[in-house]
Design a protein around this ligand. Structure first.
Ligand code: FAD
Ligand code: SF4
Length: 521
């Protein structure tokens, strides 16, 4: 029998005559077949944004067309036949019987999918071969070797190791370019009071016939799902992804690092790249992205700080969170990882997470934008919705399901470590040294949201108390046992300790009152 080659919806690496898809390099067209399936359950196991479903399906169908044109034997199962990938595969294996000797797949980005596929193969008595995904710079084993049994892993050290290992932004003498690893000091400004000024146009990719069919089908099949499809303009092919990269390098890279942490009402994209979705579907190779940024700096077209700030995100953070996902799900078990909850947070999500009907302006803006576009930039995700969820003690699992549902670029390996590990501190100090907790003062400094808000960022109690400020003190207070000894929170705890017992009681009461009416914030 031949090999059945499974290609999942986020494994759409370009397939060209010169460079075949990594699972197809040793394909024997006489005996092997490629297998792809659109399983309804992949959109439903969490309640996924319509644009996210449409993006996956449109990219999959374009990819399938490329394979067919290249004469690759392909079984493609469309939406509506199978609830899950596991069921689809089990059915194929049962029908083909002894015709299939082996199933091969690149390592899935979601451990839940891997165990489903493994179960289907086991039941059919067919061997499953899982190959590493060459998309990533760093394999799971490389990361595990780097991490060893260190209880705390820091992105900065991983990033330096990656820079050396891959010779990125290094001098010929082996030193970091510009003699520094890190230009954060030159980056992370807020916008001036009159705002970001003129911004380059956002690249848009008009849907072709294939994508329009998908949009109609998603609108009909997933009508009750959150989000809209109007203005859907994401890249769905490798060629479009490359155009997006070129436009980013030319138009936005110069200011990316400098304004990476800044927010501005009504400007969802600012200087960000929008590349995550194309990268996560594997339409784009991260090496190409890193090379493009480095070359642009070497040619003197952007400052080093700009190129470094961007490369750190791709070569550093993106690879780091993936390594973290693989390592921690092995160590804790898949379910243990998915349900980690270091701070014991249990509150349900306020209903306005699904409507954007919050009174707190920063939350309303960020969530409405997310529901409209399936996109928010990193600081909105980390310091608005994420920070709120942390301060309010929302259940990490419920929050992680929301992020998985809400963003077009969401895939478990990147969404879960970011949400559980980075935003909610649910993995404990393994990934970040302290929780990213911040009061309204931070949001006031980094955005113009507060000017249009009924709350006051500097007030912790009273009718105009900012939920972030009130809940910040409550968060520190209620987690003092767990976090009070953390040197990076020493200043915050000294601030709390300076308050009189009466003041502390008043802060606690204000926080309690806030927590009792989360649905009305
Ligand atoms: P840019 O701001 O232009 O950044 C460039 C690229 O760097 C991104 O495209 C991405 O590939 C990479 N990158 C930057 N930060 C990170 C990071 N922390 N982790 C991994 N890659 C990073 N990213 C996802 O791709 N999918 C997710 O589901 C996802 N969920 C997140 C959930 C939370 C709570 C947080 C705090 C962050 C999450 N991120 C996720 C990381 C980051 O916010 C997005 O990658 C980024 O906002 C996507 O927009 P962009 O492509 O315009 O990124
Ligand atoms: Fe957000 Fe508080 Fe500012 Fe309102 S005052 S926008 S709730 S930080």
């Amino acid at each position: 029998g031949g090999t059945l080659r499974l290609i999942l919806g986020d494994q759409l690496h370009p397939h060209t005559p010169h460079r075949p898809h990594p699972l197809l390099a040793d394909l024997d067209p006489a005996r092997d077949r490629v297998w792809m399936a659109e399983a309804d359950g992949e959109a439903r196991h969490v309640w996924s944004h319509k644009a996210r479903i449409a993006l996956f399906l449109a990219a999959m169908r374009h990819f399938a067309a490329t394979l067919r044109e290249a004469g690759v034997p392909l079984d493609y199962h469309r939406l509506g036949r199978y609830p899950t990938l596991e069921a689809a595969l089990a059915d194929t294996l049962a029908r083909q019987g002894g015709g299939i000797a082996r199933v091969t797949v690149l390592e899935p980005g979601d451990r839940r999918v891997l165990s489903g596929l493994a179960a289907a193969c086991r039941q059919a008595g067919v061997a499953l071969e899982v190959r590493p995904d060459p998309h990533f710079f760093c394999t799971g084993d490389d990361f595990a070797a780097w991490a060893g049994d260190k209880p705390q892993l820091r992105m900065e050290f991983f990033y330096r190791w990656m820079r050396r290992r891959h010779g990125v932004l290094m001098t010929t003498a082996g030193a970091p370019a510009g003699d520094r690893w890190n230009f954060d000091g030159d980056n992370r400004d807020a916008f001036p009071p009159d705002g970001p000024g003129p911004l380059p146009p956002v690249p848009r990719f008009a849907p072709d016939g294939t994508t329009r069919d998908v949009l109609d089908e998603v609108a009909a099949t997933f009508a009750d799902h959150p989000g809209g499809l109007e203005g859907f303009a994401w890249p769905v092919t490798p060629a479009q992804a490359r155009v997006l990269l070129e436009r980013f390098i030319a138009d936005r890279l110069p200011y990316f690092g400098r304004y990476q942490d800044a927010m501005w009402q009504g400007e969802p994209v600012l200087w960000h790249s929008l590349l995550a979705a194309a990268l996560n579907l594997k339409l784009l190779d991260p090496r190409e992205v890193v090379d493009a940024a480095e070359t642009t700096w070497r040619e003197g077209r952007v400052p080093l700080a700009a190129a470094e700030g961007f490369i750190r995100q791709i070569l550093g953070w993106r690879e780091f969170v993936r390594g973290m996902y693989m390592r921690e799900s092995r160590r804790r078990g898949d379910a243990g990882f998915a349900h980690s909850n270091h701070l014991g947070a249990e509150r349900p999500l306020p209903a306005w997470f699904w409507t954007g009907q919050a009174q707190a302006n920063c939350l309303a803006q960020t969530i409405r934008q997310t529901l409209a576009l399936g996109y928010a930039h990193h600081i909105q995700r980390l310091m608005v919705t994420g920070n709120f969820a942390l301060l309010a003690g929302l259940s990490p699992r419920a929050v992680a399901d929301w992020y998985l549902a809400a963003y077009v670029d969401a895939v478990a390996w990147v969404e879960e470590p970011n949400t559980l590990g980075m935003a909610l501190f649910a993995l404990g100090p393994v990934m970040t040294s302290k929780p990213y907790c911040a009061s309204g003062a931070y949001l006031k400094r980094m955005s113009n949201y507060c000017a249009g808000c009924r709350y006051r960022p500097d007030q912790a109690h009273g009718p105009r108390a900012c939920p972030f400020t009130a809940l910040y003190w409550h968060f520190l207070d209620r987690n003092e046992d767990r976090l009070g000894g953390n040197p990076r929170l020493a200043l915050a705890y000294r601030n709390l300790a300076r308050r009189s017992p009466e003041e502390r009681a008043a802060l606690r009461a204000a926080g309690e009152a806030m927590l009792a009416r989360l649905d009305d914030l």
